[in-house]
Write a protein that binds this ligand. Structure first.
Ligand code: GUN
Ligand code: ZN
Length: 452
């Protein structure tokens, strides 16, 4: 199927009920609070889904008008939201021995050039979205490549799968190799065409366009101005970019934009900071940047696996809380080494621990579900089990293999149990992944091998 929007098929009579240990959030848990009232844990409950939407939860079994799936003894969570990830970089993940700028030139740009070929773009988009689903991620904010076809292919593949996707063609008109640069006029035409065809085309659309500035060094001031003009013309557009990830990058931006107060200011003065802006990393921000971010309503996507792997630095999450800007969590594959949100949250815990902070399972899981949904303005659609949201839902084993099982058996209270799950599990524990109430991933029997 090729569709220009992602819409739920009309099937008003399908009623599906999933039984398991339901876990979601009603609000943001306070930092460090392991007994948070924002945690909604409903063990052994039924999640009721009608025509692809969640309609409620209950302890009693629903009647036979419902198709019942009993996952008793398993954990059921809202699908994860990856707030920053690169679809063409699956093949780059795990590349040795480089910090950001060197890593881009040596590994990433050569991999992205290949996406100028429509066949590569189509296959790559499908493989990438299927990989997200196989990791329990049902919604994502995605960087494709500079090529228009790479964004088209992603939109079309997401529509085929009914997934919530925010993406846009990457803007980059300098400091990149041949085959990976655009120019301001052509880029503007491509953005407008993609917006017309894919951005929230109907009330049920699950696709949205993000004005996608790779990062300040790869856009001329004229291109940044064009990006800002697109955002100003339509406040429903998202914006995504990178900011203050790596010290050499920050120094380079200071050279390229000598009149800007800071790296963040390069974006701020073009009107690129707004409530639908997602800025990856934000490690090397000063107090004024943090104040500007909070006032703008923009969010930072914390990418711990990437930040550790590329040696970029340690993001200070409690400082973000104090400053009052939103934080979501993200894999940043291929700087990050895993699409698994549990693996990324584990790295997030370690990054915070290095600075003496303790990230609860609640802080991590909230940021990867309801928190990201709220930061993106999509909480009416994704991120929780609130009635009326779409049934993007994952069923997980609490533990597989003797080590994790033994750990679960000695866990006493709920936070200990969920924290052990978050740190010891990964995509191999995913049992079912639903998007809009339709099953989109189940492991093969052979795939579900026992782990030690
Ligand atoms: N900064 C500019 N491009 C990239 C990218 O592809 N990955 C990461 N981690 N940082 C970037
Ligand atoms: Zn990135």
């Amino acid at each position: 199927m090729t569709a220009s929007t992602s819409e739920l098929p009309q099937r008003p009579t399908r009623r599906l009920a999933l039984k398991g240990d339901l876990l979601d959030f009603t609000a943001a848990p306070a930092w460090g609070d392991i007994d948070s009232p924002a945690v909604r844990f409903q063990p052994g409950h039924w999640l009721l889904i009608e025509a692809g939407r969640i309609v409620g939860t209950q302890l009693a079994a629903p009647d036979e008008t419902w198709e019942r799936q009993d996952h008793s003894g398993r954990l059921i969570l809202p699908g994860f939201i990856d707030a920053h990830v690169h679809s063409p970089q699956l093949d780059v993940s795990g590349s040795y021995g480089a910090e950001l700028l060197d890593w881009l030139n040596r590994y990433t740009f050569p991999a992205e050039i290949r996406y100028g070929d429509p066949a590569v773009a189509k296959f790559g988009a499908e493989r990438f979205l299927d990989a997200l689903l196989a990791h329990g991620t049902t919604a994502a904010v995605v960087f494709p490549t500079v090529h228009k076809i790479s964004a088209e292919a992603l939109f079309e593949a997401a529509a085929d799968r009914g997934m919530r996707l925010v993406t846009g063609k990457v803007l980059m008109d300098r400091h990149a190799p041949d085959g990976l640069r655009d120019d301001v006029k052509q880029a503007e035409r491509d953005c407008i065409d993609l917006i017309d065809r894919f951005h929230g085309q109907s009330p049920n659309s699950r696709l949205a366009y993000a004005v996608t500035v790779r990062f300040a060094p790869t856009s001329t001031p004229a291109q940044l101005a064009m990006a800002g003009a697109l955002c100003r013309a339509d406040a429903s557009l998202f914006m995504q970019t990178h900011v203050a990830e790596n010290r050499a990058e920050v120094a380079w931006v200071a050279e390229l934009f000598p009149t800007a107060r800071s790296y963040l200011d390069v974006y701020a003065r073009e009107g690129l900071l707004h409530p639908r802006a997602v800025l990856a990393h934000g490690i090397w921000l000063d107090d004024e940047d943090k104040r500007v971010l909070a006032a703008s309503g923009a969010q930072v996507a914390f990418c711990p696996s990437s930040n550790l792997f590329l040696g970029s630095g340690l993001f200070d999450w409690p400082a973000a809380q104090r400053a009052g800007f939103r934080v979501s969590t993200a894999s940043d594959v291929g700087g990050g080494t895993s699409l698994s949100m549990q693996r990324n949250l584990l790295d997030g815990y370690k990054v915070q621990a290095m600075a003496g902070h303790r990230m609860t399972a609640w802080a991590g899981l909230h940021a990867a579900t309801r928190g990201a949904a709220e930061a993106l303005g999509l909480a009416h659609e994704i991120g929780s089990f609130d009635a009326g949201t779409l049934a993007d839902v994952c069923v997980w084993d609490w533990a597989s293999g003797p080590v994790a099982q033994a750990r679960q058996q000695v866990a006493r209270e709920l936070h200990e149990r969920v924290f052990a799950w978050m740190t010891l599990s990964d995509e191999r524990d995913l049992m079912s992944c639903f998007v809009g109430g339709d099953i989109r991933f189940q492991p093969n029997k052979e795939q579900k091998i026992h782990r030690s």
